[in-house]
Design a protein around this ligand. Structure first.
Ligand SMILES: Nc1ncnc2c1ncn2[C@@H]1O[C@H](COP(=O)(O)OP(=O)(O)O)[C@@H](O)[C@H]1O
Ligand SMILES: O=C(O)C1=C[C@@H](OP(=O)(O)O)[C@@H](O)[C@H](O)C1
Ligand SMILES: [Mg+2]
Length: 189
């Protein structure tokens, strides 16, 4: 584990992109999203890559992006939900950063993704069943690669960001928040 990097994994709709971006902002670190990197390199959106090259073509590009991004230092990275499928991606993520699995149940994932058309794997007749199947297949892989598991569901995104920062602090990946800041919140103490 390299404590200098923070990598988010989890299913589609887990909040990797949203929570990852906020965590990076709070830590003053650069944020990357492997999907955005792939899109920027190809000049087209992910559904178009799936259309032209199939899922295999996308996974090939994703593996290259993960290898390249995880070699950097001091970053926060949101991966795509399928980044854990290839063993070499799992090894790179686990060895080169602190891996946070944002876990959510399939129903919540479906609620969060149902109006979005940018996830080709969910453009099926029954996206809810698809998420159930992906959960069954991938939850063990996320747990295998992760150093921490954060339960999403009830907490707001802002609360999740704090929960992630607390876990990273406890795990020694980031320094404790300055005590001065805490005193400022409670001037009466
Ligand atoms: N904990 C949460 N509670 C409520 N909505 C959430 C939560 N996490 C993410 N969302 C919302 O779900 C959608 C998908 O989030 P996103 O960050 O794109 O997930 P991912 O990158 O893991 O696929 C976004 O609209 C986001 O605002
Ligand atoms: O779960 C997956 O296989 C995928 C998840 C997507 O990213 P998000 O998890 O950020 O939605 C994106 O990489 C692509 O559509 C495939
Ligand atoms: Mg995302």
């Amino acid at each position: 584990m390299n404590p200098n990097n923070i990598f988010f994994v989890g299913l589609m709709g887990a909040g990797k992109t949203t929570v990852g971006k906020s965590v990076a902002k709070r830590l003053g670190r650069p944020f990357f999203d492997s999907d955005h990197e792939i899109e920027a390199r190809c000049g087209v959106r992910i559904p178009t890559i799936f259309e032209l090259e199939g899922e295999d073509g996308f996974r090939q590009r994703e593996a290259l992006a993960i290898d390249e991004l995880t070699r950097r230092e001091g970053i926060v990275l949101a991966t795509g939900g399928g980044a854990v499928l290839r063993p070499e991606n799992r090894a790179h993520l686990h060895e080169r950063g602190v891996v946070v699995y944002l876990r959510a149940n399939p129903y919540d994932l479906w609620q969060r993704t149902r109006h979005d058309r940018n996830r080709p794997l969910l453009q099926t007749e029954n996206p809810r069943a698809k998420l159930e199947a992906l959960y069954a297949q991938r939850d063990p892989l996320y747990r295998e690669v992760a150093h921490f598991v954060i339960e999403t569901g009830k907490p707001s995104v802002a609360q999740l960001v704090n929960m992630v920062l607390m876990q990273l602090e406890i795990g020694g990946a980031i320094p404790p928040a300055p005590t001065d800041a805490r005193h400022d919140d409670h001037p009466e103490r």
